[in-house]
Design a protein around this ligand. Structure first.
Ligand code: NAP
Length: 360
C-alpha cells in the first residue's frame, strides 16, 4: 500500500527514555503522516519528563499495552510501524516475542530496528563482530540493511529494516562510491579515523560520558577493531574483494556528531576532480548527502540535520575522504525515519531537517 499525507500511520517507539527515542520524538513532531501512539518504556516516567524538548502528547506505556494496541491497529487496517530504539540484544528479544504474539499479522508491521541486532546478514560475521551467537539467526534474512543512499530499492520493498550504525554509515558513504568505481587498491590497508560525540554512548551516564572527563578531552577506543567495521566489510563484499580495514574510533568532547577521515590507497592515478565526480555521480539527487566542492565538512553544518557531508581529494596515491554526520540523526533516528518513509511510500524527506543548527 502507498500511503499519502491524508493517511496517518500509527507509530510506537520501544526504548522511550533513550537518546534516540528522544531524537525520534523531535523528528516525528515534524512528520505530516505518522502519529506517535505510544512510547514503550520499562518505567512509568512520562515521555516529557524523560525528554522535555519533545512536543508530544503521547504517553509512555508498557510492552503489553503496546502489543494490544498494535494488534488492534493492524486489525483495523490502519497499518502500524515500530521503531526499536533498544540496546543491542534487546531488539531481537522484543521482535521475536512480538512476532510470536501477533502471529500472521506480524508480517504486516513495518519495523525499523536502530540497534545492531539485524544489520549483518551472516550469523557467523555477527558472532565474530559481537562475540556471541545471534539469538535468532533465522530472522536475519527478513531485515533489509538501512542505508537509503546505497540500498534505496531494497528498503522500499521491505517490511523490516535494520538501520545502519552511526560510524558504519559514515564509513560506507565515504568508501563505497570509490569501491564501486574500482578506484581503490584492495590489497593495501584502508585507514579510517573517526571521532564521535558523547550522545553515541546512550542516555545512561558512564565514566566516559561524564562531563569533566569528556570536556576538553579526546581518546581512542576499540583499538583491536570496532564492531561497525563488519558493516563496511559486508557492503564491500558485494562490490569486490574486501581490503584490510584499519578503523580507529575516538571519543570527542562534543555531544552530537561524527567526523571521519579516510586514507584510501588508489589503484590507479586519479585527479581530485575525477574522484569527486565519481562520488557526485553516486549521490546525484540524494537529498541527504552533499559532496562538497572546495570546502571541508564540519560538525556545526550537520548537527541536528539528516545530512551527511563528504569531501574528496587526491594526494599522491591516496584518496582522502572526509565525512561528517550527526550520529543522532543521519547516523541514528533520522536514518531510521528516512527508511520508514521509503517503506511506507512517503517522500523520503518527510519529518527530516536538511539544515543544520549552525551553532551547537
Ligand atoms: N546514540 C546513538 O547515537 C546511536 C546511533 C545509532 C544507533 N544507536 C543504537 O540504537 C539503539 C538505541 O540507542 P540509544 O543511544 O537511544 O540507547 P539508550 O540511550 O541506552 O536507550 C535505550 C533505551 O532502551 C530501553 N531499554 C529496554 N531494555 C533495556 C535494558 N535491558 N537495558 C537498558 N535499556 C533498556 C531504555 O528505555 P526505557 O528505560 O524507557 O525502557 C533505554 O533508555 C542502541 O542499540 C544503539 O547502539 C545509537
Amino acid at each position: 500500500m502507498t500511503h499519502t499525507a491524508t493517511t496517518t500511520v500509527p507509530v510506537w517507539i520501544f526504548g522511550a527514555k533513550g537518546m534516540l527515542a528522544g531524537e525520534l520524538l523531535r523528528l516525528l513532531d515534524l512528520h505530516p503522516a505518522l502519529e506517535l501512539r505510544g512510547a514503550v518504556s520499562r518505567s512509568e516516567q512520562s515521555v516529557l519528563d524523560a525528554h522535555p524538548h519533545a512536543a508530544t502528547k503521547a504517553r509512555t506505556c508498557n510492552a503489553d499495552e503496546a502489543k494490544l494496541a498494535i494488534a488492534a491497529a493492524l486489525e483495523a487496517g490502519s497499518g502500524a510501524a515500530l521503531f526499536l530504539a533498544l540496546p543491542h540484544g534487546e531488539s531481537v528479544a522484543v521482535w521475536s516475542a512480538l512476532r510470536r504474539e501477533l502471529g500472521a499479522r506480524a508480517g504486516e508491521l513495518h519495523v525499523v530496528d536502530l540497534a545492531a541486532d539485524f544489520r549483518l546478514r551472516d550469523a557467523r560475521r555477527y558472532a565474530s563482530a559481537y562475540g556471541h551467537e545471534h539469538a535468532a539467526p533465522e530472522e536475519l534474512a527478513g531485515f533489509a540493511y538501512g542505508l537509503p543512499e546505497l540500498q534505496r530499492s531494497e528498503i522500499a520493498r521491505s517490511r523490516r529494516v535494520a538501520a545502519a550504525g552511526c560510524f558504519a554509515t559514515a564509513m560506507q558513504l565515504a568508501c563505497v562510491p570509490a569501491a564501486r568505481a574500482a578506484l581503490l587498491d584492495t590489497t593495501r590497508p584502508w585507514v579510517l579515523h573517526g571521532v564521535t560525540g558523547s550522545s553515541g554512548s546512550g542516555v545512561e551516564p558512564k565514566p566516559g560520558t561524564h562531563h569533566p572527563w569528556r570536556h576538553g578531552n579526546l581518546w581512542a577506543y576499540a583499538l583491536e577493531g570496532h564492531r561497525h567495521e563488519a558493516e563496511l566489510a559486508q557492503a564491500l563484499e558485494s562490490v569486490g574483494p574486501v581490503p584490510p580495514i584499519h578503523f580507529v574510533a575516538h571519543s570527542g568532547p562534543f555531544a552530537r556528531g561524527i567526523h571521519l577521515t579516510c586514507a584510501l590507497p588508489l589503484a590507479r592515478r586519479l585527479t581530485t576532480a575525477e574522484a569527486r565526480s565519481a562520488y557526485a555521480e553516486v549521490f546525484d539527487g540524494a537529498t541527504f548527502v552533499d559532496v562538497l566542492d572546495g570546502r571541508v565538512p564540519d560538525l556545526r553544518s550537520i548537527s541536528g540535520s539528516n545530512r551527511a557531508q563528504l569531501a574528496v581529494s587526491v594526494r599522491g596515491d591516496v584518496l582522502n575522504v572526509l565525512c561528517t554526520l550527526d550520529n543522532m540523526t543521519k547516523g541514528g533516528a533520522g536514518q531510521a525515519l528516512q527508511c520508514l518513509n521509503l517503506m511506507l511510500g512517503f517522500p523520503e524527506h518527510w519529518g527530516l531537517p536538511r539544515a543544520g543548527l549552525g551553532v551547537c
